[in-house]
Design a protein around this ligand. Structure first.
Ligand SMILES: Nc1ncnc2c1ncn2[C@@H]1O[C@H](COP(=O)(O)OP(=O)(O)O)[C@@H](O)[C@H]1O
Ligand SMILES: [Mg+2]
Length: 278
């Protein structure tokens, strides 16, 4: 099925507005008629200046926050209803659980709740966890505790945990930004492989424009607050992406173009001109 009507395992965002109240009591418009349509299995990146509303949008898609107006559907359902996986910048593993028990957490929970779509036997759950540990390269570290593994491995474990429940949509908010460049590039390639194998629809927020281009079928560029998508770039390269593409001139050129849109001294005017009139 297509997602233009919000069905399928895609994400539909239509005319979403969100206002907060500033500490001085002024209304602060953060999202201004934001719309996007993520197809099932698609990988999209969102880039934009700090404070433009990226995290706010993701929280709304996740169901942690409500939009003031507009429509959001995640795999055809209201936000927060279906299985959604999250990975954030800070690793959020339970320090008292081993890597394996962390990855199993969501499955244990859904088994407790008796959710029908999840493996109900202990054996089936153990198999799912083992498969994800393999996919994320953590098979040899199942018995380790989070403090005993590196930051990169902790983010792999977070990814494995998020995917264990077979989410229809994976939401990632700057998941690799606390890691060193080399680890980050390795994790980008691993993520490519894992989401391709699991065919997971992914929304990936990043500050790193090259990372955005490397990962995504489409890069959504958000303008300064109030946030709104000012341009969408197609990245015409088959996924999963490989190391050669990471180092390619084509990637560098596209990243430079997006950087120019975000950083050019006249970018305000460029962005304003790119805005659809309504
Ligand atoms: N709960 C809140 N109350 C008031 N203001 C908020 C709240 N959450 C976010 N904001 C403000 O909304 C704006 C967008 O924040 P955020 O979505 O985190 O931006 P980004 O992720 O793009 O850096 C910022 O100016 C931030 O201060
Ligand atoms: Mg943010």
């Amino acid at each position: 099925m297509t997602t233009t009507d919000g069905s399928g395992d895609g994400v539909l965002v239509r005319d979403v507005c969100k206002e907060f109240t500033s500490p001085t009591g002024e209304p602060l418009r953060v999202l201004d008629n934001v719309s996007m349509d993520v197809r099932p299995g698609e990988f999209i990146s969102i880039v934009g200046p700090s404070g433009c509303g990226k995290t706010t949008l993701l929280r709304i898609i996740q169901g942690l926050d409500d939009a003031d107006s507009g429509v959001v559907r995640v795999a055809g359902a209201l936000p927060g209803r279906g299985p959604t996986g999250f990975v954030f910048q800070r690793a959020s593993l339970f320090p008292w659980r081993t890597v394996e028990r962390n990855v199993a957490f969501g499955l244990d929970l859904s088994a407790l709740k008796g959710e029908p779509d999840h493996p109900t036997t202990k054996e089936a759950r153990r198999e799912r966890v083992a498969e994800l540990l393999r996919l994320t390269g953590l098979a040899d570290f199942a018995e380790y505790y989070p403090t005993q593994i590196s930051g990169g491995m902790q983010q792999r474990a977070n990814l494995a945990r998020a995917l264990a429940i077979q989410p229809s949509v994976l939401l990632m908010d700057e998941p690799f930004s606390a890691l060193d460049a080399q680890t980050r590039e390795k994790l980008q390639r691993d993520l490519q492989r894992v989401v391709a194998e699991t065919a997971t629809t992914t929304i990936f927020i990043t500050h790193d424009i090259r990372e955005a281009v490397f990962q995504a079928d489409r890069v959504f560029v958000m303008g300064a607050r109030p946030g709104r998508f000012v341009k969408v770039y197609e990245v015409d390269e088959p996924r999963p992406r490989r190391a050669e593409f990471q180092q390619s001139d084509r990637l560098a050129e596209l990243a430079r173009e997006i950087w120019g849109l975000l950083h050019h001294p006249k970018s305000e005017a460029v962005l304003a001109a790119a805005r659809p009139t309504s």
